[in-house]
Design a protein. Structure first.
Length: 266
C-alpha cells in the first residue's frame, strides 16, 4: 500500500542519511523505502547495505505516498519535468534555496514541505528546519517532522526564514570544521604533535558543546567564567575580539551564504 511506502529521489549523502535513519528507527520497513538513484554502483551499494528497493523515477512516484526530493538544486528542474502534477502525495524537498512556490509551479497544487537539514544528519544528530507550502496541511507538517526526526531534531518555521537558516545551520557545520582546522593548525605551530592537537581540540570542542547544552546558560556568560581578568584566556579573547573582527567576519559569511541560497531559487 502507498501509505506504507516512502520514495527518495537521490541517493547521495543526505539521501543515505535518511535511509539509514528511517530503517534504524523502524519508521519504514526497508521494503517500503523506494529509492531512485541513477548511479548504478551507488544504487547497488544502498540496496546491499539497507535492503531497500531501487526503482525508476516513475515507479517511485506512483507507488509511494511521500516523496523526498534529495537531488541538487541545479538538477531539480530536470527531475520535476518528469513528474506529473499530483495532489495525492506529500513532497518533501531538502534542496537549498528552492522555494515551495518553485515546486508548486512545476507540480501544480502539490502538498510541499521545504526542509533544510545539515550534515550531522549523517550520524543521526542533525537539525532540520521545515516549512509548509500553500497546499500542505498541519498533518503534512507532522508527518514531515516524524520522517525527518530519523536524522535528528526538527524545528518549524515560516518560509521567509529558510534562506537565513540555510546560512546558519545548513552551512554551519563547515564553519565549525574550518574553525577546528585552524585551531589544530595553530596548536601544531606551538609544537604539539598532530594526534595530541586533535585530541585536545576535539575534546575541548565536544565538552564545551555539551556544557552549553546542559548548563542552561548563554554562551557569553560561560565565556566570561573562563576569562579571568589578566589571565591567558583574556589575552586570547583580546585578539579574537579586536575591532569585533570575528563578529563581522561571521556576519559577512552568513550574509554571503544567505544571498547564494536566494540566488539558487532564481
Amino acid at each position: 500500500m502507498k501509505k506504507n511506502k516512502i520514495g527518495i529521489i537521490g541517493g547521495g549523502n543526505m539521501g543515505e542519511a535518511l535511509i539509514k535513519g528511517l530503517v534504524g528507527k523502524k519508521l519504514f520497513a526497508p521494503a517500503g523505502i523506494l529509492v531512485c538513484e541513477n548511479d548504478f554502483r551507488r544504487a547497488q551499494s544502498l540496496k546491499d547495505k539497507y535492503r531497500i528497493s531501487i526503482k525508476d523515477l516513475n515507479t517511485v512516484i506512483v507507488q509511494t505516498s511521500v516523496v523526498i526530493l534529495a537531488v541538487k538544486p541545479q538538477d531539480m528542474e530536470i527531475v520535476l519535468s518528469e513528474i506529473a502534477q499530483s495532489d495525492d502525495k506529500l513532497f518533501i524537498s531538502i534542496a537549498a534555496g528552492l522555494t515551495t512556490k518553485y515546486f508548486e509551479k512545476h507540480l501544480g497544487k502539490a502538498r510541499v514541505i521545504r526542509a533544510m537539514p545539515n550534515m550531522p544528519a549523517l550520524i543521526g544528530e542533525g537539525i532540520t528546519a521545515i516549512c509548509k507550502g500553500r497546499y500542505a496541511t498541519g498533518l503534512d507538517m507532522r508527518e514531515a517532522g516524524r520522517i525527518l526526526s530519523a536524522v535528528g531534531g526538527v524545528l518549524e518555521f515560516q518560509e521567509r526564514y529558510l534562506d537565513a537558516i540555510t546560512a546558519v545551520s545548513g552551512s554551519g557545520p563547515a564553519y565549525v570544521f574550518l574553525f577546528v582546522e585552524q585551531w589544530m593548525a595553530a596548536a601544531k605551530s606551538l609544537g604539539l604533535r598532530e594526534e595530541d592537537a586533535k585530541r585536545l581540540v576535539l575534546g575541548t570542542l565536544i565538552g564545551s558543546a555539551h556544557l552549553l547544552l546542559k548548563a542552561g546558560l548563554p554562551a557569553d556568560d560561560l565565556r566570561s567564567r573562563v576569562t579571568s581578568k589578566g589571565g591567558t584566556t583574556e589575552a586570547a579573547m583580546k585578539v579574537f575580539l579586536k575591532d569585533n573582527a570575528i563578529g563581522k567576519l561571521m556576519k559577512d559569511a552568513l550574509i554571503a551564504a544567505k544571498k547564494r541560497a536566494q540566488e539558487l531559487a532564481k
